[in-house]
Design a binder for this molecule. Structure first.
Ligand code: SF4
Length: 622
């Protein structure tokens, strides 16, 4: 290793994040740091660990490490078929990677074993009648998920396909408990560390940057960092990413610095650039970086330059990622719902921040929302053309917080002018600027789907949360997308401050009618969480609730509990709301009475049963 030329930085995506395409953080940072003269490589350890675990060799090893003394009925059934799972796993993964299309015949001829998941989900098979390849992908996905279920139940309870040990982190524990979780070795952490070790030997970096966008890859990132500190103490380690930006802004835990050297906030470009300059001997100030000095945590933010505008950043760089190895999972027969796990998408941002940045529940005081900066359409199309050439892919997921209608219009015109043959989808707000004409233009340029917040689906609460839309407006906008053949996913919310039982039931009625008119293809109910960086968290009294302060030295600092004396017992409705949506996205039950979804008595909705129909036919709303 010492004979190898030293790499300035290795950028790592730790386990586990999605497996159908790369998470974009390392591609952006690599590209930027290279333009500044530093050597940077990237490694998706999340994908590599999954591929090793879901291989014949990995499964045999995992099955030798069963932790449960007494297995459940399903686990016993799985073990009876274990040879079949072992013999088929490599072929199934390469089929889902698109590298083994011939295996489709074997799958359709019932070659794969059938476990509990198959028996729960096989009722969806008739929905795939028109596409044998999708049916085979669905069956192959069930096969993979059954193995995942077995591993989580019997080998490592912290495992999930796109998360690891998330519950431990979300329980808002002390760092002591997180540290204990880091020390635990399992067959899955062993696989991850072997891959990491190989990468370090091959790449010989001076520094590692871990991106930590979600709670579900925090423990693995720290586990990896812990290993590096023990075995390669000369390598400096920085962590950053969405989870760090929101949770560790008031960092007080010194023990974290036994594992990492730097904790960077907000966009990683400038913080990493300054650290790399220091490591290379330059005497330069740092940017938005915590470190430990003389046993004291310091927040260094002396570098005066502003962050780069979105237009000043280079196109991402995918070099070094095993693009043919990403695999897709088909979870349902609902094409909108599948978009997150199916298909290979280049994830790219049209702009930085949110052009609206007003919603009361959102982190509007933080840079990733409040600093809006965009690139022009020509520049975006240039980047897209570079990325298409580099990856060989033509699907784009624009991962903006909310893409502005004005930016999308210009982008669509530019895509059409350049005759780019692409498919794309993005997040939006359901605002009235999305006219039918604009939606048709977007569809023509390749837009296949949009996702946006309908949140509490109540005019009183939408106003209170400053969403800037009403039910009537959402309905018309959805109708414009629907008429243009664009699929729609809604982010829904319940448990908003002062939300009553009646408002929750009325919201469900609105959502039911939207599904019934096929104005929504997919949706998900999120329980409201108060975050300290949102207008509600900053000024809870204004929203009729009281914040419960976190105990001192609490490790994570973003989500806080609150007391809502006017609101209902929101947790009562979780199961019924989830059950209704599961059925609606499978085109089931949109004409059932709302009481169907609850096993206790709920009030009658006060919404007109023709509410959405009336909005659609009322010309004033057009
Ligand atoms: S919730 Fe969405 S639309 Fe609202 S401020 Fe946040 S990012 Fe913008």
């Amino acid at each position: 290793m010492l004979d190898l030329p030293q790499l300035d930085i290795l950028l790592i995506t730790p386990p586990f994040i999605q497996m159908n395409c790369p998470y974009p953080a390392t591609t952006m940072l690599k590209s930027f740091l290279e333009t500044k003269g530093f050597s940077a490589k990237q490694c998706d350890i999340s994908l590599l660990t999954l591929l090793e675990l879901f291989s014949k060799k990995g499964l045999i090893t995992a099955l030798k490490n069963i932790q449960t003394k007494k297995q459940s009925k399903n686990a016993v059934a799985f073990l009876k078929n274990k040879e079949s799972y072992i013999q088929n796993i490599d072929a199934v993964i390469s089929f889902l990677q698109g590298l083994n299309p011939d295996f489709e015949k074997a799958i359709l001829a019932n070659k794969l074993p059938k476990g509990e998941r198959y028996h729960i989900q096989h009722h969806s098979l008739p929905d795939f009648e028109n596409s044998s390849s999708q049916k085979a992908e669905f069956l192959a996905s069930i096969f993979i998920e059954e193995i995942g279920d077995f591993l989580a139940e019997n080998v490592d309870s912290r495992f999930g396909f796109s998360r690891y040990a998330e519950q431990i982190v979300l329980q808002n524990v002390s760092f002591k408990k997180i540290h204990k979780a880091i020390l635990r070795d399992t067959v899955i952490t062993d696989i991850m560390l072997k891959i990491l070790d190989k990468e370090l030997k091959e790449k010989n970096p001076k520094m590692i940057g871990f991106t930590i966008p979600f709670p579900g890859n925090f423990i693995m990132a720290l586990k990896a960092a812990f290993f590096v500190k023990e075995k390669y103490p000369h390598i400096k380690i920085a962590i950053g990413g969405g989870f760090i930006n929101t949770e560790l802004r008031e960092l007080k835990e010194k023990q974290l610095f036994e594992i990492v050297d730097f904790v960077c906030l907000d966009d990683g470009e400038l913080p990493l650039l300054q650290i790399l300059k220091q490591i290379n001997g330059e005497n330069v100030p740092l940017k938005r970086t915590f470190l430990l000095k003389n046993d004291e945590i310091l927040f260094m933010d002396d570098f005066p330059s502003e962050d780069f505008k979105h237009s000043e950043l280079p196109a991402q760089n995918y070099h070094g990622l095993p693009l043919d190895k990403y695999f897709t999972i088909t979870e349902t027969s609902n094409p909108m719902h599948n978009l997150w796990s199916q298909g290979k998408w280049i994830k790219m941002m049209l702009s930085h921040g949110c052009y609206w940045h007003q919603c009361a529940f959102c982190d509007t005081s933080l840079d990733y929302i409040k600093r809006y900066s965009m690139a022009d359409a020509e520049q975006l199309c240039d980047r897209m053309e570079i990325l298409m050439k580099e990856t060989g892919w033509n699907g784009f997921h624009f991962v903006d917080e909310a893409a502005s209608p004005a930016v999308l219009r210009k982008l669509a015109e530019c895509i059409l002018e350049r005759k780019l043959k692409i498919r794309w989808w993005t997040n939006i707000r359901f605002e009235k600027t999305f006219t039918l004409e604009l939606c048709k233009l977007l569809a023509k340029s390749g837009c296949i789907a949009v996702a946006g917040g309908i949140e509490v689906a109540s005019d009183r609460l939408l106003q209170k949360m400053k969403k800037g839309v009403s039910i009537a407006q959402v309905t018309q906008t959805c109708s414009h997308f629907q008429q243009s053949g664009i699929m729609i996913h809604a982010y829904l919310m319940y448990g908003f401050p002062t939300q009553t039982t009646q408002e929750t039931i009325d919201a469900l009625e609105v959502v039911r009618q939207l599904f019934n008119h096929q104005l929504l293809q997919s949706a998900f109910w999120h329980r409201f969480t108060m975050t300290v960086h949102s207008p509600i968290g900053i000024n809870p009294e204004k929203f009729g609730v009281r914040k419960i302060d976190l105990p001192p030295h609490h490790f994570l600092q973003n989500a806080v509990e609150h007391v809502d004396k006017k609101g209902c017992k929101h947790e009562l409705y979780s199961f019924g709301l989830r059950k209704s949506i599961y059925n609606f996205i499978h085109q089931n039950g949109t004409d059932f009475p709302l009481q169907t979804w609850f096993d206790f008595s709920i009030p009658k909705t006060k919404m007109n049963s023709n509410l959405i129909q009336k909005i659609l036919t009322d010309k004033n709303n057009a």
